[in-house]
Design a protein around this ligand. Sequence first.
Ligand SMILES: *Cc1c(COP(=O)(O)O)cnc(C)c1O
Length: 407
Amino acid sequence: MRAPQGDRERHASRVDPLAHVDAEIIALDAVAHAIEEPSESTGAAEGRRATLNLSSNDYLGLRDHPLVRQAAIAAIERYGVGAAAGRNAAERTDLHEELEARLAAFKRAEAALTFQSGFVTNLGTFSALVGGSDLVLYDELSHASTIDGARLSGATARAFAHRDLAQLEQRLREARVRGSTDGGYRSILVATDGVFGMDGEIAPLPEICALAERYEAAVVVDDAHATGVLGTNGRGSVDHFGLYGRVQLQIGTLSKAIGVFGGFVASEQRIRDYIARRARPVLYSTLLPPALVAASLAAIELIEREPARLQRLWSNARRFRDGLKRLGFDTGSSETPIVPILLSSADAARRFSRRLRREAIRAQPVASAPARRARLRTIVTASHSPADLDRALQVIERIGRELGEVG
Ligand SMILES: *Cc1c(COP(=O)(O)O)cnc(C)c1O
């Protein structure tokens, strides 16, 4: 948004104290960004051709499920729109407590604590749990909120190379030998995403747990892309690998497969209670609105009661990934419904995305970071039909040939 013209003119003679913004915005515009685009329904054409959305995190199609909508509407009618208070407003917390109990059961943990978003969950959890005498070792491709949470906590925050267990072990050994200043670190956390959002890879969680146990570290897994996606009934990566009791903190979002908005951490009761007493977003920010809590409860109910969506998600993911590979595309090491199509340059990714858009297919270009290839990021959901995916494959093949990305 621009400032009204009048403001600009009136102050034209003054030095602009935020002048760096103008120059930097141009540089930012020049870079293709991994910005999430608003998701659209994958079906229902309204007059024009229906957009086939391959960039939605609504893995199970619950975002606009009638029961999820109804739950939100009923909660608004009963409680109003905003929560209008923190955790002390007793009247509003019944629903929140119910959701926390439900999330704990879903994650097979003792307890859960909700936050205002997945991002805020990471900021709040790390800052509550660790500080200046602790160490956080995180996979270098962890989500921005893990990295920010680790930094904000005041702990020593150190990355290890992506999924590199040898380097993780080296960092753990160094930490245990040298320690922080005198007596070593108080606590060490090893943090990783359960499913990596850009590449669709699954973290080597059993090996991470084994290392953490050897060096007396705790494990934090951010299952934003794994909740509702991996494991029995979508319980996440801990369930997928059978690691109950070995991962101290399971972080999740209510905004991806659950289709709503908000975040949570599941853990032992004593850890949950400690975080609840210390996390600043819990203490100083308004609770999740009741409509979102009620909608999340309805969505989790559907996830547990109707596993057919999860099966469709995975059969769609296999169909699409196998199809891309058959056409000669490089899908990297994707193992999940997130399927990158690796391309020769950031420019090719942008052009590919634009061409797809003209054919009413939406997929997000991701610029290459150093040592990482540019890609088009596609996400398959349970809402896609096999015919949708086959059409997408045909169009992708044609554009891929025209741009010289496949032979
Ligand atoms: C999306 C995502 C988040 C942020 O979740 P929001 O609820 O959208 O704030 C955090 N961590 C990971 C790994 C994510 O993919």
